[in-house]
Design a protein around this ligand. Structure first.
Ligand code: SF4
Length: 372
């Protein structure tokens, strides 16, 4: 296969829905006993039939995570460089049709934000922008990475999907990881939520992890935005995508996120609501399916929920996040992309992690382990 889309096109959403919802107790029990587990087992573990096995799944997930990652949680924080965007996304505060004050950080403002973030203790930063080629195209991102890289052990980014040659250029400038979420793998629903701009091209986005793999990125993050469609089917596609990528680009490392739709000013109500227990089920299912993958939980989730699930399979957490450009120092009051739920400072989150017998890690593991 030369790209994931060839695999994707062989699947049918309704058929998958039927497969997952008709899994039985026996399917779940057999999936729990097996190792390694395959995609059929994953379907059983995310199915409604697995609900009574949640405690067992969470315990197994905890043990597998401990074996692979030890009792550590890696911390990172996002730095928003710009809220300019030429896309319409129905669930985002930065959408082009929202009348908000637009801002892109200048070099001096980037330096101020870097200082504020370093003062919080971070060595791992996630750069975020909207999609606006005039103001925050590859040239801007490249300059920003070169400016920021000397101050951090690890620079990741979550920006518009790019061409392979652009990724190669940014990797040369010091880019370590890229997060690119498909939002939903349901094509019609995708069109509804992305009616305008480059992001409306479903297949260009779907092919992005392939372009990243070909460019030789060190790590990439996948996920679906939970709330746009049935989380079970979307999460199956995330697992399918991961499975394909790991086999195809085996030198790259992977992480998964499971962001639940959050309110923002004038925002969209989730079509499908995922309960806390269902998110625990999904986190455990991902871990039982794949022991190597990093699982990341952001400040979208509440303090209480994050404290409770921290030990159940999660490996990475953000803390003290600001989701607006200049949010740490330059312009703290500007409009956020979405409201965060856990508003504790990084120090408080690190304390909570320690109180649970875990070690907060401020660098990327690979780099921390290399002792760089
Ligand atoms: S989700 Fe990203 S691409 Fe869509 S409107 Fe928001 S910033 Fe722009």
């Amino acid at each position: 296969m030369s790209s994931f889309r060839e695999i994707f096109d062989q699947y049918n959403w309704s058929q998958l829905e039927h497969d997952i919802y008709s899994k039985t107790d026996q399917d779940v029990e057999s999936a729990l006993k097996k190792y390694p587990r395959d995609l059929e087992d994953f379907k059983a573990l995310i199915s409604p039939a697995a609900t009574p096995y949640l405690e067992q799944m969470a315990q197994l997930s905890h043990e597998l995570t401990l074996q692979r990652f030890g009792n550590t949680i890696q911390l990172y924080t996002p730095m928003y460089l710009s809220n300019e965007c030429q896309n319409i996304c129905t669930y985002c505060g930065f959408s082009m049709n929202n009348k908000i004050k637009r801002k892109t950080l200048s070099n001096e403002e980037i330096d101020q934000e870097v200082k504020a973030i370093k003062d919080l203790g971070y060595d791992h930063i996630l750069l975020v922008t909207g999609e606006a080629n005039q103001s925050v195209g590859v040239g801007y991102i490249d300059k920003a990475i070169r400016r920021i890289r000397p101050h951090f052990a690890n620079v990741s980014m979550e920006v518009q999907p790019l061409d392979q040659k652009d990724y190669e250029r940014l990797i040369d400038s010091g880019l370590h990881s890229v997060l690119v979420y498909q939002e939903t793998y349901h094509q019609e629903e995708y069109k509804t939520h992305h009616p305008k701009g480059k992001k409306s091209n479903f297949y260009y986005r779907l092919d992005t992890p392939d372009r990243l793999g070909k460019a030789g990125i060190h790590k990439m993050g996948l996920g679906a935005l939970i709330g746009l469609e049935d989380w079970r089917i979307d999460s199956f596609f995330v697992a399918l995508h991961l499975d394909y990528l790991e086999r195809t680009y085996w030198q790259t490392k992977y992480s998964l996120s499971f962001p639940r739709l959050r309110p923002f000013s004038g925002g969209l109500e989730p079509k499908v609501e995922m309960k806390d227990k269902e998110l625990v089920q999904l986190i455990s299912a991902y871990r039982l399916f794949n022991q190597e993958v990093e699982l990341s939980l952001s400040t979208r989730e509440t303090e209480n929920f994050r404290d409770n699930v921290m030990k159940l399979g999660v490996t990475t957490m953000s803390a003290g996040s600001k989701t607006n450009p200049g949010g740490y120092a330059v312009e703290p009051q500007s409009l956020e992309q979405f409201e965060i739920s856990d508003e504790r400072s990084p120090k408080q989150v690190a304390e909570m992690i320690k109180n649970n017998g875990y070690e907060p890690v401020w660098k990327d593991w690979d780099i921390a382990l290399e002792g760089v």
